[in-house]
Write a protein that binds this ligand. Structure first.
Ligand code: FMN
Length: 271
């Protein structure tokens, strides 16, 4: 029995279990393209932390074995767990890291094996941890964010990023992507979810500038709906105050309920 056939059988059982067997999903086994990357099927292994790296962030034998097994299972695209890109800013101790060139050869062992023996593509997920996610040695980390504040969840204080910080974070992502390419990965996925640094820019919980953007957008929508009356109110600055109050109430409710509302975005870049 071929691996594809086994996978097909498993998938069939799964769809019957979900009572959606009436639909035809056989196209999921057909080749496809991800950007300019040829992919053998539509199956993607979503990034999942394994928490088994060395203290330096290198993959251990267990990690290497896991990725080999995923390729053996004929997964079209394998996305690694979140890999940290700056030495002192990581989420937890046994996380994979690619903050300097020393890790390249370790990761190459995984990609070389997969590319030599299987048709799976391998994408490295890169992250810059932030205040709510730095659980490993926060005292060593430079905790930055869009706005200076005490994090709602971790209680860690983050300082507001300067223009230089923004440029450095961009460069850190570029450097990590270059290392990933040298290590043989087919692409990188930029983690902008789960409260990591980039996700902080996507929520008014952390990014006060976002409040201003929301107000601006809401103003435009209201003007489109109600016309000139709203323009007069805006002129009187009334509407801004009302919207600001509404946003503050929503934020208070979110904090009180301890709900982590963060926009989930994962971007894949083929390198
Ligand atoms: C144990 C575990 C570890 C995960 N690690 C990561 C991660 O490192 N990076 C990431 O972007 N998502 C991570 N996720 C989220 C998954 O990739 C996926 O987006 C999430 O489980 C939602 O997918 P689902 O709706 O199919 O369950 C993790 C999920 C689990 C359960």
């Amino acid at each position: 029995m071929t691996k594809t056939f086994q996978l097909k059988k498993l998938f069939l059982i799964f769809t019957i279990f979900l009572n959606i067997s009436c639909k035809d999903y056989s196209h999921l086994f057909n080749p496809t393209k991800l950007g300019n990357l040829e992919v053998i099927n539509h199956f993607i292994r979503s990034a999942t932390v394994e928490g088994k790296s060395t203290p330096e962030g290198y993959p251990t034998k267990d990690v290497i074995e896991l990725y080999k097994k995923l390729a053996q299972g004929n997964i079209g695209v394998i996305v690694t767990s979140a890999v940290y890109i700056t030495k002192n800013e990581r989420s937890f101790k046994q996380q994979l890291g690619i903050y300097d060139d020393s890790s390249i050869s370790h990761f190459k062992e995984i990609t070389d094996y997969i590319h030599k023996n299987y048709k799976s593509k391998v994408i490295m997920q890169i992250i810059h941890a932030s205040a709510c996610n730095i659980q490993a040695e926060p005292e060593k980390a430079d905790i930055i964010g869009p706005t200076a504040m005490t994090d709602y969840f971790s209680g860690l204080k983050c300082r507001e990023m300067t223009k230089e910080d923004i440029l450095k974070v961009q460069q850190d992502h570029v450097d990590a992507a270059i290392r990933a390419k040298k290590a043989g990965f087919d692409g990188v996925q930029i983690e902008s979810n789960h409260g990591y640094l980039l996700a902080m820019f996507l929520t008014p919980l952390y990014c006060l500038m976002m409040d201003m953007m929301i107000i601006f957008l809401m103003e435009i929508v209201l003007i489109l709906i109600f016309g000139k009356l709203i323009l007069i109110l805006i002129f009187l600055k009334l509407i801004k105050k009302i919207i600001m109050m509404l946003i503050m109430i929503i934020i208070m409710i979110i904090i009180m309920k301890k709900i982590k509302i963060l926009i989930k975005i994962k971007i894949i870049i083929i390198i």
